[in-house]
Write a new protein. Sequence first.
Lengths: 363, 129
Amino acid sequence: MSLETSLHNTPLVEEHIALGAKMVGFGGWNMPLQYESILAEWDYNRKAVSIFDCSHMGEFVIKGDAQETGLDKIVTQPILDMPVNTCRYGAMLNEQGGVIDDLIVYRKGQQDWMIVVNAANIEKNAHHFRTQLNPNAHFEDASFRTAKLDLQGPQSRDVLKVLAPGIEKLAYYTFGHFQIAGIPCLISRTGYTGELGYEIYCAWEKSKEIWQIILQDATVKPTGLGVRDVLRVEMCYSLYGHELDEATSPLEAGLDKFIDGKKEFIGRQAAFARPAQRTIGYLTSISRKSPRAGNIIFDAQGRRVGVVTSGTFSPALQLGIGIGFMAHPVADMGTDIFFGDDKAKTAAKIAKRPFYKGGSLKS
Amino acid sequence: MEIEESFLYTKEHEWVSIEDNIATMGITDYAQGALGDVTYVELPEEETEVDQFEQFVSVESVKAASDIYAPISGKIVEVNRKLEENPSLVNKDCYGKGWIAKIEVRDMDESTNLMSADEYRSFLETLEH
């Protein structure tokens, strides 16, 4: 019991329990792992529309000029040229060039920013911003007053446009301010599933009402963190603590395109100076037997060439899939490899990202 | 939670049903529920010998792999090949079509190391508290 009481609850914990969710600790939060079953929830998301409670994630508010406050130097992605009401994915690094967290920057105004970060890293990240931002910057950790609901799936637009007219005009990675039943929401066309989808930010205490209103539409099913992880691995999206951590450079982790090579940012020199000894790669098992985090990757000659960081069964491919770090030549598409341990190895091939190609993400 | 009255059980949530000297085994309703959707069953090789409580099968769900132990010693005489194409039988019918292996029992006295349905029911209650 001590474990459960030490976890944070989102404002929707009672809703999850009433829906019969299996709850699990994740990043310091008491979260729904699944409501029905991971495979059923996969179908709801990929074929219709589903809703995730992501209120555990962190939201920071920063006010001020991106350069004068120092914000531009903290994040790896270019932000000075961002139009208002757009968002951009990137990361922030430590002095050694390792990843403190991956994050999304929302530009709410010329001098008004929201940064969305991983739940497990909220305190660490807040400390980093407070110490690295210039004193003239206004910084606020709004994580515990901001709820986030992710509505994802090919039918998400059809469902949401009834409740929040105008959202159908949102382009990928843009956002706007809307109301659902009179409750102010910031809604962005973003997500972590590979499907068309929206992230809805609202006041902590209003999220229950929005959750219930959305679930009144019978086409929407609640989905948990279990399937969320399957969906993101199928899309080859990184998860902090698996593909990203403070010892891993964003270049090794394949985040090159989220790094602005033309600007100065914390950790830049170290990240670029590090010899890249390994690279991220993607593997498909020849069978339903799935790679698991921590499995060793062997080359065709049986030499240890890497390690699996995330692995799951893929309902889309009906095969095991995984992400891992491996020596450079091994990561070439089509290479025959094995995963497992010294006792048992399973054959696999290096695949091209993403594993799941049929997503409605940009439809 | 479904429990077959005539079967015997292990603390690792395997069931066994012994007829003549052939023991049919699988995993219990509690185990399949805890695992979630079964996506792969790594079947043992036929004609190999296993010892009681030795790990001899692994069952994978979407997110994890779990070890399954032999409920009784003996020679594996048959495995459920239907699970190769349709591992979800373990979820749908764990005491029937989701059986995993048949073992020719070496020593019938080993069945005293197993729990009756009533004992397993009490054991499950201790897990919930």
